[in-house]
Design a binder for this molecule. Structure first.
Ligand code: KG4
Ligand code: ZN
Length: 362
C-alpha cells in the first residue's frame, strides 16, 4: 500500500496497550508526535514469581486502566473533544490482559463516538520507530520518518522475527523463532543465574562485570532467517551445572546459591554475546540480500545497549532504534500505529464486535 491519502489536518489518537503486564496509554498526533505516554506496570507484583502471572496482570489492568487513561489525557493537555480516534492492541498477548484493553476501548469508542482501530502488538513495536517528535522531556527521538524499503528486526519477550517492508503495511516476513523468543531466553537464563525478573536488564547489568569470551556457547543452525534460542538456554543450564561440578540432574533452582558472582557474570556475558551475535548475523544476511535503506530495531530487547552497538557497527545502512522507554511495551507505539492506519486509509474496527486474538502473528 502506498502512504498516500495523508490527511491535511492533525489526527489525534489515544492508544491503549494491555497485552502483558503494562497498562499503557498514550496520545500521539499523526502517528509521529507524542503528546503523552503513561505506563503503569504490574511488573513488581510478578517479580516474586520470576515471570508474569496472567491472572495478576489482568486484575491489575482492571484496577489501573481508567486512571491511566485519565492521566494520559491530562499529560497531553487534551480531552475527549480533541481525540479523533482510539487505537487498541487486540493481539498477540495474554487473553485476560488483552480483554481489558479491548473492552475498555470498545466501550469508549461507542460512548465517545470515536472510530476504533485494532492494532497488532508486534507491528506496534515497529511503529515506535515512527515517533519523531514530542512535547515530553527525557526522550531521545529520531528527527524524521524511517525510509522504505526497510528491514524490521523485532526482538521482544514473545517474538524474534525479521520483516522486510516495502511500504507501510506492505511487508514480507523473512523468518521467525522456531521456539523461544530472544527476550524469553534472557528471562530464562536470568532465572538460572538467580538474577531478578525481567531478565534482559539484569543479564545486561551482570554481563558488564563478566568476560563475554569466557565460555563458548552454541549458535543454533536453523533456516536462513529463522531463529532458535531454546538450545542456547539449555546450553547455559548445562554450563552452570558443569561449573559447580554437578551432573545434569542437579536442579536448576539450586544453581544460584552455588554459582559465585564471577561465574554468574561470565555466563551472563557469554550468553548475551552469543544471543546478540545470532541476531546480527541474520540481519547482515538480510541487508545483503534485500538492500534496505535502513534497519529498524523493535521490541523490548531493542533496549539492549550491546545489541544496539553491535548492529550499528556491523550494518552498512543506517540503524534506527526507539528511545529505550519506547522499546518495551507502551501505548505510544499503538497510538502511532493507529495514526498510520488512518493516514494510509485502513479500515476501522467495529466497536460492537472487535475480538481479541492472543495468537495473532504478523
Ligand atoms: O516488548 P516487550 O516489553 O514485551 C513483549 O512484547 O514481549 O519485551 C520484554 C522483553 C523481556 O523478555 C525483557 O527481558 C526484554 O524484553 N528486555 C531486554 C532488555 N530490556 C528488556 N532484553 C535485553 N536487554 C535489555 N536491556
Ligand atoms: Zn511487546
Amino acid at each position: 500500500m502506498q502512504s498516500h491519502g495523508i490527511l491535511d489536518r492533525t489526527m489525534r489518537v489515544l492508544g491503549i496497550e494491555t497485552s502483558c503486564d503494562e497498562t499503557a496509554v498514550s496520545v500521539v498526533d499523526n502517528g509521529n508526535s507524542m503528546k503523552s505516554n503513561i505506563i503503569a506496570s504490574s511488573m513488581k507484583l510478578h517479580a516474586v514469581y520470576g515471570g508474569v502471572v496472567p491472572e495478576i496482570a489482568a486484575r491489575s489492568h482492571i484496577e489501573t486502566i481508567i486512571p491511566t487513561i485519565e492521566e494520559s489525557l491530562r499529560q497531553a493537555k487534551t480531552d475527549w473533544e480533541q481525540i479523533d480516534a482510539i487505537a487498541v492492541t487486540y493481539g498477540a498477548g495474554l487473553g485476560g490482559s488483552l480483554l481489558i484493553g479491548v473492552l475498555t476501548a470498545r466501550t469508549l469508542a461507542i460512548v465517545q463516538d470515536k472510530p476504533l482501530y485494532a492494532c497488532n502488538h508486534v507491528m506496534g513495536h515497529v511503529y515506535a520507530n515512527f515517533i519523531n517528535s514530542t512535547s515530553l522531556s527525557g526522550y531521545s527521538l529520531p528527527s524524521s520518518d524511517p525510509e522504505f524499503p526497510l528491514l524490521a528486526v523485532i526482538v521482544s519477550g514473545g517474538h524474534s522475527q525479521l520483516a522486510f517492508f516495502t511500504d507501510h503495511f506492505n511487508y514480507r516476513l523473512l523468518g521467525r523463532t522456531q521456539d523461544d523468543a530472544i527476550g524469553e531466553a534472557f528471562d530464562k537464563v536470568a532465572k538460572i543465574l538467580g538474577l531478578p525478573y525481567p531478565g534482559g536488564p539484569s543479564i545486561s547489568q551482570a554481563a558488564m562485570l563478566g568476560d563475554d569470551k569466557s565460555y563458548n556457547l552454541p549458535k543454533a543452525k536453523v533456516g536462513k532467517y529463522d531463529f532458535s534460542f531454546s538450545g542456547l538456554k539449555t546450553a547455559v543450564l548445562r554450563l552452570a551445572q558443569e561449573q559447580i561440578g554437578e551432573s545434569y540432574d542437579f536442579p536448576s533452582y539450586r544453581l544460584p546459591e552455588r554459582l559465585n558472582e564471577a561465574q554468574k557474570a561470565n555466563i551472563a556475558a557469554s550468553f548475551q554475546r552469543v544471543a546478540i551475535e545470532t541476531i546480527v548475523d541474520k540481519v547482515l544476511l538480510a541487508v545483503e540480500e534485500f538492500s534496505p535503506k535502513c534497519v529498524l530495531l523493535a521490541g523490548g530487547v531493542a533496549a539492549n545497549h550491546q545489541l544496539r552497538q553491535l548492529l550499528a557497527e556491523s550494518v552498512s545502512c543506517p540503524t534506527l532504534v526507539p528511545d529505550s522507554k519506547l522499546c518495551t511495551d507502551n501505548g505510544a507505539m499503538i497510538a502511532a500505529l493507529g495514526g498510520w492506519q488512518i493516514r494510509c486509509g485502513l479500515k476501522s474496527a467495529d466497536p460492537y464486535r472487535l475480538d481479541i486474538n492472543p495468537n495473532l502473528s504478523m
